[in-house]
Ligand binder design. Structure first.
Ligand SMILES: Cc1ncc(COP(=O)(O)O)c(C=O)c1O
Length: 369
C-alpha cells in the first residue's frame, strides 16, 4: 500500500489504533464520473465520548455500525456534522481549506445541541491522519475533491427526552465531482420556514436539513434546484439556500444576509467576503428583503446572484421564482467567476495563497509496516 504519510502525532492521539484493509477499492473508481455523495473511501475515523472524556480513537475500514433501537440520536436528534474538502495542488500535495474553522464550527454546533466539544487538535489530527492514509482518493481534476464529512451523534440508549451522556464522533470521506455543473434555479419559499430566531438555524444539526426536505421536494417538483428561504417573522428577508449562503450583486454594492442566528455561518461565505473586500468591492452584510431584490432587478441594478458553500463552492443562479412570477437573472457572472477562480486556485495550487488558508496534509513519518 502506498501511503503518502502516516500522520499520527502521538502527543495528540497516543492511543490511535489503525486497522488496515487488505486492499484498497480506489483503483475501481471512475474519477471522471463521480456521483456526489455515493462513493465512500476505504477508511473511517471513530472516537467515543464516555460521558467524561474522548476515548478509543481508531481508523478502520468503512463498516456498518450496530445501532440500538433506543439510540437517543434517532429519537431526539442530537446529531451534528461538518462538510469540508481536501484537494490536490498541482505539485501533488494534498491540501485542506481552512480546517480550523470547521473545528470551531463543529464545537459551536455542539454547544447549541448540548453535546461535548471535540478538542481542535483531535479533530485536526484525525483529518490529517485519515486523509494522509487516503490521499489516493483525492481526485486530481479541478472542481473535484475528497469531501470530508465529520459527524457526531448521541449514543445513550434510552427512551425519554434528556441529554445523552455518551457520543460518537466519526469522519468519513467521499471523492466528489462538481456539485452543480450548471447554473441553478431557486424557488423563494414563503409558506414554510427553515429556522426562526432563537432556534437552531445557525447549528449544523441534522434537524435543520430534515425541516427543509418537504419544501425542497415541492420546489423540485416545480422544476427548481433549491429553496431560497425567507425569515420566519416577516416572510420577507432573504436567509440562505439549501446548503449555501446567498450573495446578491448590485451595481454599487454586494449584499449577503447578516448572520444573526438563523443561518449557517458559511466558511465559503466568509472567504468570499474577505476576497471581495480585499479586491476593493463593497460587501454589506445586512437585512435584504425579497422586495428590494426584485425592485432593484426591475430598475436594472441587479448584476448577478450566486450561492456559496463547500459542496458547490460558487453556484450561479439563473432564475428565481417568487409568488409564481419567474425572474430570469443576468448571466454575466464575472464576479462569481473571479471568486471561484481565486478559491479554486488556492485549493489546486494555481493561485498564490496569500492568506494561509490552505493547509498541506501533515507528513510525520514513514508508511506503516
Ligand atoms: C445550511 C447551509 N448553509 C450554508 C452552507 C455553506 O457553508 P460552508 O461554506 O461552510 O460550506 C452550508 C454547507 O455547509 C449549509 O449546510
Amino acid at each position: 500500500m502506498n501511503f503518502l504519510n502516516f500522520a499520527v502525532n502521538p502527543k495528540i492521539m497516543k492511543d490511535l489504533k489503525i486497522n488496515l484493509a487488505p486492499e484498497s477499492r480506489v483503483s475501481k473508481v471512475d474519477f471522471h464520473n463521480l456521483p456526489f455523495g455515493k462513493i465512500i473511501s476505504d477508511y473511517m475515523f471513530e472516537i467515543d465520548f464516555d460521558g467524561t472524556q474522548w476515548i478509543n480513537p481508531r481508523i478502520t475500514p468503512v463498516q456498518k455500525m450496530a445501532i440500538h433501537p433506543m439510540n437517543m440520536a434517532l429519537h431526539y436528534g442530537q446529531s451534528i456534522f461538518e462538510g469540508m474538502k481536501a484537494s490536490r495542488s498541482k505539485d501533488g500535495t494534498p491540501l485542506l481549506f481552512r480546517p480550523e474553522l470547521h473545528a470551531e464550527r463543529l464545537n459551536a454546533s455542539a454547544r447549541r445541541m448540548c453535546m461535548p466539544e471535540l478538542p481542535h487538535d483531535i479533530f485536526l489530527e484525525a483529518i490529517h491522519t485519515l486523509v494522509g492514509i487516503e490521499h489516493e482518493w483525492i481526485p486530481k481534476m479541478e472542481g473535484s475533491a475528497l469531501y470530508i464529512r465529520p459527524l457526531m451523534f448521541a449514543t445513550d440508549e434510552m427512551v425519554g427526552v434528556k441529554t445523552s451522556d455518551a457520543y460518537k464522533f466519526l469522519i468519513i470521506s467521499l471523492p466528489v465531482g462538481p456539485y452543480y455543473p450548471k447554473p441553478i434555479k431557486l424557488l423563494v419559499e414563503n409558506d414554510y420556514i427553515r429556522a426562526a430566531p432563537g432556534g437552531v438555524g445557525e447549528a449544523k444539526t441534522a434537524g435543520n436539513y430534515a425541516a427543509a426536505m418537504y419544501p425542497s421536494r415541492l420546489a423540485r417538483e416545480k422544476g427548481y434546484d433549491q429553496v431560497l428561504w425567507l425569515d420566519a417573522i416577516h416572510s420577507k428577508y432573504l436567509q440562505e439556500v439549501g446548503t449555501m449562503n446567498i450573495f446578491i450583486v448590485f451595481k454599487d454594492e454586494i449584499v449577503t444576509p447578516a448572520t444573526t442566528g438563523t443561518i449557517l455561518k458559511g466558511i465559503t461565505r466568509a472567504s468570499a467576503i474577505e476576497i471581495l473586500r480585499d479586491n476593493g468591492h463593497t460587501v454589506n452584510e445586512r437585512e435584504i428583503s425579497i422586495d428590494e431584490v426584485l425592485s432593484r432587478y426591475e430598475a436594472d441594478e441587479l448584476v448577478e446572484v450566486f450561492g456559496t458553500g463547500t459542496a458547490a463552492l460558487i453556484a450561479n443562479v439563473e432564475e428565481i421564482c417568487y409568488d409564481d412570477r419567474v425572474y430570469q437573472l443576468p448571466d454575466d457572472w464575472d464576479l462569481s467567476s473571479s471568486i471561484r477562480h481565486e478559491i479554486n486556485g488556492m485549493r489546486y495550487g494555481t493561485v498564490e495563497d496569500k492568506r494561509g488558508w490552505t493547509v498541506p496534509i501533515n507528513v510525520h513519518s514513514e508508511m506503516p509496516a
